[in-house]
Ligand binder design. Structure first.
Ligand SMILES: Nc1ncnc2c1ncn2[C@@H]1O[C@H](COP(=O)(O)OP(=O)(O)OP(=O)(O)O)[C@@H](O)[C@H]1O
Ligand SMILES: [Mg+2]
Length: 252
């Protein structure tokens, strides 16, 4: 990684700018005035406890959910209120929490569909070979229907769809959930390599160490607001402070 990785070289706008964003599920307000950036080519970790609003941020930036206030820009372009497919076309990939795959298609059909769309027909077989090389379990299960894979295998499949055709920005929501340590290693190798090739990453994780190992900056959400924003090497201490102040207050 170059010494300037993580900071926008020259006058490149940030890959992602979330600017005073609030969002709600009907009457339930989930985000309050959230602001942060992912630098061009950079990696930002989005941390916080269960229910803090991490997945909501992921949904908002990828256009799956609207904002009630504020704006989202991708590489300097306003994308607030744009439908998800247009944001995807502009270079955003979102690996959602849970299972972002077609349950009725086989593993290979899922991959072929994604690779055809993103790489073109001629590069599909090469991309399949590389995927099975990185994640042998997907090769072994290539004819199995996506919906019958285990939870962890489904996470891998949804990431594999993205890794061979690196997007401008990847929003990865709890990628390592339910994966064995050796597989998590392969997942993070994949993330590192697409970041080296230029993809900016917003990584939502409960496995704080993993995310902070790759990220240069971190955001900690608490009850839908930004409780910390700063360099990743100071995030662990911030997290402990936040947890300590929470235990000192009312137990929730
Ligand atoms: N579809 C929904 N309808 C109503 N409330 C929702 C919906 N989805 C999420 N919420 C609420 O919004 C808040 C933020 O949820 P979100 O899924 O963003 O949290 P999270 O930080 O991703 O948590 P986790 O670590 O458990 O995945 C939670 O209180 C949750 O209950
Ligand atoms: Mg979540």
């Amino acid at each position: 990684m170059s010494p300037t990785a993580g900071s926008a070289p020259g006058d490149l706008p940030p890959a992602l700018e979330v600017d005073h964003v609030s969002a709600a599920y009907g009457p339930y307000r989930a985000l309050f005035d959230v602001s942060f950036t992912v630098p061009a080519g950079g990696v930002t970790a989005l941390l916080g406890s269960n229910g803090a609003g991490k997945s909501t941020v992921a949904r908002v930036v990828s256009g799956l959910m609207g904002t009630t206030r504020g704006s989202v820009r991708m590489s300097g372009t306003e994308v607030t209120g744009m439908p998800a497919y247009k944001i995807a076309r502009a270079g955003m990939a979102h690996v959602p929490e849970g299972r972002g795959i077609f349950a009725n298609l086989s593993v290979e059909e899922n991959l072929v569909l994604a690779f055809r769309q993103r790489l073109g027909r001629r590069r599909v077989s090469e991309a399949l070979a590389r995927t099975y090389d990185t994640f042998p379990i997907l090769g072994e299960r290539r004819r199995q229907r996506g919906g019958t894979l285990s939870g962890g295998q489904q996470r891998l499949l949804s990431l594999a769809k993205v890794l061979q055709a690196p997007p401008g920005v990847l929003v990865a929501d709890e990628l390592s959930l339910g994966l064995a340590p050796v597989v998590i290693e392969a997942v993070y190798d994949g993330l590192r390599s697409i970041n080296r090739a230029g993809t900016a990453l917003l990584i939502v994780e409960q496995q704080v160490d993993r995310a902070l190992g790759l990220a240069s900056s971190a955001i900690i959400l608490e009850h839908g607001t930004v409780a910390f924003s700063g360099p990743s090497d100071t995030a662990l201490a911030a997290m402990e402070r936040i947890l300590a102040s929470r235990t000192a207050g009312s137990v929730r």
